[in-house]
Design a protein around this ligand. Structure first.
Ligand code: MLT
Length: 405
């Protein structure tokens, strides 16, 4: 008789965004007359930029012609895309990353969940609290997190780094020594950012204790301030301690098209001298057949002059929404942060409401969906996340409705 991986049974409830979707669907069924606006999941609403659409069309045509047809993609991704990434995301910032250190994938979510596979099951992980739930859940599935305490919402073997108003939502070095440190900046969910000097301290710390930083930079395109790093490799020594995750979903609207990449420098080695790059290459080759050619071609269009200009305009559009939400909430007396280097606004719930109470309150009274902070971890309790990824019109309407509650 087969046995299941009973780590899966340890996962409490369903995935945060599935829970929200279910709740919202029930509400919509019960109130078919109400126009619900979603500022919940961080999903884009603007169509793909024209330069990307044009390239998708021509790539599809290439697939229809025997001379240009493409089958399986190369293991690490197409050279044309990896080279464009290296030139514009790294070399242009004075950063030394080679094309064969880039692994093209179908998105940062799956990479962030899968990357833990190459580490020992007894490695200790450290995460920010609140945190993007995928990091913890994927480690639960791998049996790395110990016992869950439903009272506190904490796992016994996870090292939590609380990110709260008192520390500017920036993690501090934990008391226990982790092996794997998950950092996400610009941060999901708080929208906070750390500056270059702060990130350098993390890199120095990781090198000192022999830990790996898994750096999720999915939202780097939203950075507006100058002293904050777009990539962890802007920090000295990051090549020996950091893996970076990047997403085309957030910087170019590929949430439905799927494309991302992971960077593993060849200098990143275990204490026995094993290069993580070769392990991930082995894993990639075995479990992944590459992102589709047409999607990678579309991804390369993001790096053309037109593509860059158009995607930058989209980001400015979303950040205008962020400004509108943040300003309106502040005017209404809410305590708000984020929304400057990230498309997320993090607000303190009013009147001591719990995060889920505020979720219900907002849905019922404004027909606006957001994300309860406690869904991201215990330190998110009493907080709420709104996303700037709605349309401009919906953002204005949502804000107006919140004003009129
Ligand atoms: C979010 O809302 O946190 C994001 O959409 C999650 C994701 O990118 O998977």
């Amino acid at each position: 008789m087969f046995k299941i991986n009973d780590n899966y049974l340890k996962l409490p409830g369903s995935y945060l965004f599935s829970t929200i979707a279910k709740k919202v669907n029930v509400y919509k069924t019960e109130h078919p007359d109400r126009q619900v606006i979603s500022l919940g999941i961080g999903d884009v609403t603007q169509p793909l930029a024209p330069a990307i659409i044009d390239r998708l069309h021509t790539a599809v045509d290439e697939m229809a012609d025997a001379r240009t047809f493409k089958g399986y993609a190369p293991d690490l991704g197409y050279e044309f895309l990896r080279t464009a990434i290296v030139e514009q995301d790294y070399k242009a910032r004075g950063v030394d990353i080679a094309a064969d250190e880039i692994f093209i994938s179908d998105g940062a979510k799956s990479d962030s969940a899968n990357i833990q596979e190459i580490f020992s099951a007894d490695n200790r992980i450290a995460v920010c609290d609140p945190v993007y739930p995928v990091y913890v859940d994927s480690n639960v599935m791998a049996g790395r997190t110990g016992i869950y305490d439903p009272e506190t919402g904490l796992w016994s073997d996870v090292i939590y780094m609380p990110c709260q108003a008192e520390n500017g939502f920036a993690p501090e070095f934990p008391q226990e020594e982790p092996d794997l440190i998950y950092l996400c900046f610009p941060n999901n969910p708080t929208g906070a950012m750390i500056n270059r000097a702060q990130l350098q301290e993390w890199v120095d710390y990781a090198n000192r204790i022999g830990a790996v930083i898994i750096y999720d930079a999915a939202y780097e395109a939203y950075i507006s301030e100058t002293d904050v790093p777009h990539t962890i490799y802007e920090c000295e020594g990051a090549r020996t301690c950091a893996i970076e995750l990047r997403s085309f979903s957030k910087n170019a609207g590929f949430t439905g098209t799927r494309l991302g990449f992971t960077v593993i420098p060849k200098d990143l080695k275990s204490s026995e001298g094993v290069a993580l790059h070769s392990l991930w290459a082995r894993r990639h080759g075995t479990k992944f057949n590459g992102a589709p050619y047409i999607v990678q071609a579309a991804g390369a269009a993001v790096y053309t002059e037109e593509g860059r200009k158009q995607t930058e305009e989209q980001i400015a559009y979303y950040m205008k929404n962020a400004g509108i939400i943040k300003e309106a909430l502040a005017e209404l007396g809410y305590t708000v942060s984020g929304g400057v280097n990230a498309p997320y606004i993090w607000l303190k719930t009013p009147k001591e409401m719990t995060s889920w109470e505020f979720f219900d309150y907002l849905l019922e009274n404004a027909n606006v969906v957001g994300t309860p902070g406690s869904g991201f971890g215990p330190s998110g309790e009493g907080y709420f996340r709104l996303t700037a990824f709605g349309s401009y019109e919906n953002t204005l309407t949502a804000v107006e409705r919140i004003r009129n509650i």
